[in-house]
Design a protein around this ligand. Structure first.
Ligand SMILES: Nc1ncnc2c1ncn2[C@@H]1O[C@H](COP(=O)(O)OP(=O)(O)OP(=O)(O)O)[C@@H](O)[C@H]1O
Ligand SMILES: [Mg+2]
Length: 232
C-alpha cells in the first residue's frame, strides 16, 4: 500500500433491503485518498454520495468490500476500537447537523476532543479558537436552539475540525451558508488539508467548494464514474 494513502475503500457495495425489495445504493466503488488531499464527491441527488461517505467513515458497514483507515481494516475492529479510532482520527459534518441540544455551541465543539482523551480545559480553549475561525466566537455560549441554521452548520464544521483529524468528512457543509461564511468553511478545510496534512472528503453541490478540491470524484447510480486530479 502506498504509505501516503490514509483511506481506502475497495469494491464497496451497500444494499438496503426491506421486505422483498433491495436497493443497491453503492456498488463497485474503489477510492483511495492520501494525506493532504482535498476530495470533492459530486453527483445527483440519490446517486449514493452519502451512503459512500458513511461507509468510508465507518458510520455504516458495507454489504461487501473493505474500508481501510490508517492501515486498519475497519471490519476487523471491535465496536469500541472503531469508536476510539473515529474519536481520535475522524471529523464528520453530517448532512443534517446533529449538535447535542443540551450542550452549548462551545461544548459541542469540545465534546469529541474530550472523548478522544483531551483535557477539558484544553478542549474548550481549542473549541473557542476553532469557533473564531468559522466566525462563531460570539455564539460560543449559546444553545444550539438559539442559533441560525447557518451558524449550526458552521458549529458542526468547527466540531469536525477542532481536533485536527486525519480525515474530515463533510456532507454538504456549505448548504445553508451565504457567500462569506461559505468562504470561511472552504478556508478551514483548505487549511486542515494543506497545513495539517488531513485528508478532506466532501460531498457538495457548491461549485465554489468543489473548485477548491484537488480531486473530484463523480458518482452516478451508486458507481464512481470519474476521478479528476486537478493538480496534474
Ligand atoms: N437506509 C436506506 N434504506 C433504503 N434505501 C436507502 C437508504 N439510504 C439510502 N437509500 C437509497 O440509496 C440511494 C442513495 O442514497 P444516498 O443518500 O447515498 O444519496 P445521495 O447521493 O447522498 O443523495 P442527496 O444528494 O439527495 O443527499 C437512494 O436511492 C436512496 O433512496
Ligand atoms: Mg446525501
Amino acid at each position: 500500500m502506498d504509505s501516503k494513502v490514509i483511506l481506502r475503500g475497495q469494491n464497496l457495495r451497500r444494499e438496503f433491503s426491506s421486505g422483498d425489495t433491495t436497493v443497491t445504493a453503492v456498488k463497485n466503488c474503489t477510492v483511495e485518498i492520501a494525506a493532504h488531499e482535498f476530495v470533492a464527491i459530486v453527483g445527483k441527488s440519490g446517486s449514493g454520495k452519502s451512503t459512500l461517505v458513511n461507509l468510508l467513515s465507518g458510520l455504516d458497514v458495507p454489504t461487501s468490500g473493505t474500508v481501510t483507515l490508517l492501515g486498519k481494516d475497519l471490519s476487523t475492529l471491535s465496536e469500541k476500537e472503531l469508536a476510539g479510532l473515529r474519536a481520535r482520527h475522524i471529523g464528520f459534518v453530517l448532512q443534517k447537523d446533529n449538535l447535542v441540544p443540551s450542550l452549548t455551541i462551545e461544548e459541542n465543539v469540545a465534546a469529541p476532543l474530550v472523548m478522544g482523551g483531551t483535557r477539558l480545559s484544553v478542549a474548550l480553549r481549542r473549541a473557542r479558537a476553532t469557533l473564531d475561525d468559522v466566525g462563531l466566537g460570539h455564539r460560543a455560549d449559546r444553545w444550539p436552539s438559539e442559533v441560525s441554521d447557518g451558524e449550526a452548520q458552521r458549529a458542526a464544521v468547527a466540531r469536525a475540525c477542532a481536533g485536527s483529524p486525519a480525515v474530515v468528512f463533510a456532507d454538504e457543509p456549505t448548504g445553508a451558508l451565504d457567500e462569506e461564511n461559505g468562504k470561511r468553511v472552504r478556508e478551514i478545510f483548505r487549511r486542515l488539508t494543506a497545513e495539517h496534512g488531513a485528508a478532506g472528503v466532501i460531498i457538495t453541490h457548491d461549485m465554489d467548494l468543489a473548485d477548491e478540491a484537488d480531486i473530484i470524484i463523480t458518482i452516478s447510480n451508486g458507481e464512481t464514474t470519474g476521478r479528476v486530479d486537478r493538480r496534474t
